[in-house]
Design a protein around this ligand. Structure first.
Ligand code: 13P
Ligand code: SF4
Length: 340
């Protein structure tokens, strides 16, 4: 039965994005995943936006910079990426000899989707002398058109590493780009992309929430719109936000990023209160639908059957990798070490 089911699931993998096989509901998924990790010398790398159970079983949880640093250094044979497609692609580019698995291939990213390489190539032709800095939230192919990547943890250092007489194109996030223009004083040409999660925070609801919680610190990710960032007591990457909540004496925090990060904030500071910043829809918090495509069942299936796997063409790895290597080099020079 399982063999037949597996054959059908493999045939439909491209359509579904994951191995659609029924998992026995009585199976202890935590035990099974831990067994597979050992048996296969696999490492699970998870982003802070993953569901709590996945974060709890991961070998390393981090932001985009930490995850790529870990992917570059791991000695595991298999990297299981509990995150989104561009993150798993980055891991594959950094460790091409390893098998990189993503529980659901359809876990995409609105920022990566907003910048199709063919359109970007044409756009870039209009600015021939410019250095291209791309936020790591872009496709592997876009990285082949990029001089240096950045994440929200190292973006300021990356921009500052570019000689002042060199004009810059920044893609694909216009909000992060606008924030960086302000922060570094560099004038940059911005691609018009946004993150679907960070662009929908409601300024009005946040103002009301702050009135009800006057002692709460308001903290935001730089993918948010300028009007939200202007109100923030602190702006930072997911790991920056987490660190701030650990170190700041405040007891209440209103958090403007994907709600998954609150799991680690609450674990690190169990006596503090974390309130997700409200979006401009009927939901109470913002979830990334791509990040949340990964589930414990899909994680188990992908480790058991070693599918879906990230496969990249050699030319993409060869031409795209330099932009990530350059980013890691600048990060190391700037002392941005891997978090624990
Ligand atoms: P960081 O975790 O690097 O801050 O990135 C946030 C994000 O949106 C990842 O998709
Ligand atoms: Fe992309 Fe935004 Fe989701 Fe991050 S939170 S994966 S930037 S859509």
């Amino acid at each position: 039965m399982l063999e037949q089911e597996l054959a059908i699931a493999q045939r439909d993998l491209e359509k579904n994005g994951w191995l659609d096989i029924e998992v026995d509901p009585t199976l202890d998924l935590v035990a099974e995943i831990n067994r597979l990790k050992k048996e296969k010398n696999a490492i699970i790398l998870a982003h802070y936006y993953q569901e709590s159970e996945i974060q709890d079983i991961a070998d390393y949880i981090g932001d985009s910079l930490g995850l790529s640093q870990k992917a570059a250094k791991t000695e595991a044979d298999i990297i299981v990426f509990a995150g989104v497609h561009f993150m798993a692609e980055t891991a594959k580019m950094l460790s091409p000899q390893k098998k990189v698995l993503l529980p659901d291939l359809k876990a995409g990213c609105s920022l990566a989707d907003s910048c199709p390489p063919a359109l970007f190539r044409k756009f870039k032709e209009k600015y021939p002398d410019h250095v291209v800095v791309s936020y790591i939230n872009c496709t592997a192919e876009l990285k082949t058109l990029t001089d240096v990547c950045c994440t929200s943890s190292n973006a300021v250092q990356i921009i500052n590493s570019i000689p002042e007489d060199k004009p810059i194109i920044f893609a694909p996030d216009k909000n992060l780009g606008a924030y960086l223009k302000k922060k570094t004083g560099r004038d940059m040409i911005l691609w018009n992309g946004t993150c679907m999660v960070h662009e929908i925070f409601s300024q009005e609801k946040i103002t009301k929430l702050r009135q009800r919680h006057p002692d709460a610190k308001f903290i935001a990710h730089p993918e948010c719109e300028a009007a939200i960032l202007e109100q923030a007591d602190y702006i930072g990457s997911t790991s920056g936000l987490l660190k701030y909540t650990k170190e700041n004496p405040a007891q209440e925090f209103i958090v403007a990023t994907e709600v998954g990060i609150i799991h680690q904030m609450q674990k690190a500071s169990p006596l503090k209160t974390f309130i997700p910043a409200p979006p401009n829809n009927l939901c109470a918090c913002n979830e990334c639908p791509h990040m949340k495509r990964n589930t414990m069942e899909k994680l188990y299936l992908c480790m058991e059957f070693e599918q879906p796997e990230i496969i990249l063409e050699d030319w993409i790895i060869e031409q795209g990798r330099a932009s990530i290597d350059r980013m890691l080099e600048v990060s190391e020079q700037a002392g941005l070490k891997l978090a624990d």
